[in-house]
Ligand binder design. Structure first.
Ligand SMILES: Cc1cc2nc3c(=O)[nH]c(=O)nc-3n(C[C@H](O)[C@H](O)[C@H](O)COP(=O)(O)OP(=O)(O)OC[C@H]3O[C@@H](n4cnc5c(N)ncnc54)[C@H](O)[C@@H]3O)c2cc1C
Length: 380
């Protein structure tokens, strides 16, 4: 069998892995296939770019030609992998068959589409790629208002950003608080107050069930019979790991493509990394787990088997109106201890035996991040 390593996907996972391998091995043949244009950008910037009036090309960090040159790898943009023959080690792509010795799936996740009624339901946008951002900017031209469905991290960041750009923003969430699952109640209420102080209208405990066209945009209908106007509708209700290739190839999947701590799937020559992967039972769709995973996987692919370890990995809350950081507890029994003042919130999650295992810091309390992160248990 030959040594060619094929990586599918040029997001944070695919590109970081290629970089890490090149630090260890300058020679190995690496082919990186990607359905998009291969320009490298930082996805977290998508939810902070509109108010800064950033064009999609201004968000590109490394153009594909430069990336090829930097990494010395064969990057093939606009090439989609349609099917994997894991037995024969061949990928059927839009540019013809390609064989591999080892393969890494770094195919990301896809926005969840809500099953909404109404003729306009198909026109709801999501922003998970640079192309999505470009389309969103185009469609927003001339509009004065946006409805955002989903009050998670990404939804709140877009709400703040679009409001800062002068748009009227309504934010809808089926839950009674923002950032459910990440923030405890006092912290979530603090964040809501800060967001509302910018002029964002939060409709919580509100289930949107249908969307119709109307003059100047759309009419959204909720489950209680109320309705709302918006020039454009953006959905941020979460992402689902992209399992298409893996499932069709017979790899084991759960919420993501199942891997062990070596990032190895149920096929010994196929690995998975990033938003598409479920690593030892964990789906962690954030940048830091990708960085740790890429470093470990690069070692493994270069001949030194290295199981990934995840320390506590806090995630930044990039709201200019309420900056913060959250390190969600890994689960299990325990409770949040929250203390707040006008400047911020400090919330610490303690297990039944009073061991701290998660935290959330908002506003001025964010300065305690480093100290608290050092006290958190490792994730893996
Ligand atoms: C708006 C937003 C803000 C965020 N903010 C933060 C943050 O502040 N902090 C944080 O830690 N995380 C944040 N995240 C999450 C983080 O950005 C993601 O975890 C990370 O970028 C995922 O990288 P990835 O490479 O796994 O997937 P992706 O970037 O989605 O890359 C997938 C790649 O696979 C390719 N592909 C898919 N299928 C095929 C196929 N069949 N053939 C060929 N190519 C294929 C795609 O073209 C793409 O190149 C944010 C996410 C979003 C959407």
């Amino acid at each position: 069998m030959h040594e060619r390593l094929v990586i599918i996907g040029s997001g944070q996972a695919g590109v970081t892995l290629a970089r890490e391998i090149r630090k260890l091995d300058k020679q190995r043949e690496i082919v990186l296939l990607t359905a998009d244009d291969g320009h490298f950008y930082s996805k977290p910037n998508l939810s902070n770019a509109f108010a800064l009036n950033k064009t999609p090309s201004q968000l590109v960090v490394t153009p594909v030609d430069k990336l090829r040159e930097q990494l010395g790898i064969d990057i093939r943009p606009h090439v989609e992998a349609h099917h994997l023959d894991a037995q024969a080690h061949v990928i059927d792509t839009s540019a013809g068959p390609l064989d591999y010795g080892q393969l890494v799936l770094a195919v990301g996740a896809r926005p969840i589409r809500l099953p909404l009624a109404g003729k306009a339901a198909d026109e709801i946008l999501s922003v998970n790629t640079l192309d999505d951002y470009a389309l969103f900017r185009t469609r927003l031209a001339g509009k004065r208002s946006v409805a955002l469905i989903g009050g998670g991290l990404v939804g709140c960041e877009f709400a703040n950003d679009l409001r800062s750009a002068g748009l009227e923003v309504q934010l809808f969430d089926i839950e009674n608080q923002l950032l459910t699952g990440l923030l405890p109640t006092e912290a979530a209420a603090f964040l809501r107050r800060r967001l509302e102080a910018t002029g964002v209208a939060c409709h919580l405990g509100c289930r949107i069930i249908g969307i119709e066209h109307e003059e100047g945009g759309y009419r959204l209908h909720d489950a209680l019979g109320r309705s709302y106007h918006a020039g454009l509708v953006l959905s941020a209700v979460g992402l689902r790991p992209n399992l298409t290739l893996a499932s069709a190839a017979g790899l084991q999947t759960g919420r993501g493509i199942l891997t062990d701590r070596l990032l190895q799937t149920s096929n010994p020559d196929i690995y998975a990394l990033g938003d598409c992967a479920e690593i030892a039972g964990l789906v962690l769709p954030y940048i830091l787990p990708i960085m740790h995973g890429a470093r470990a996987l690069a070692q493994t692919l270069c001949g030194k088997e290295t199981p990934v370890s995840f320390p506590a990995m806090p995630v930044a809350i990039k709201l200019p109106s309420c900056p913060g950081v959250v390190c969600p507890p890994p689960g299990g029994a325990g409770q949040w201890q929250e203390s707040l003042d006008g400047e911020g919130v400090r919330a610490l999650f303690e297990t039944a035996d009073a061991t701290p295992s998660g935290f959330a810091l908002l506003g001025a309390a964010t300065r305690e991040q480093r100290e608290l992160a050092g006290r958190m248990p490792a994730r893996l």
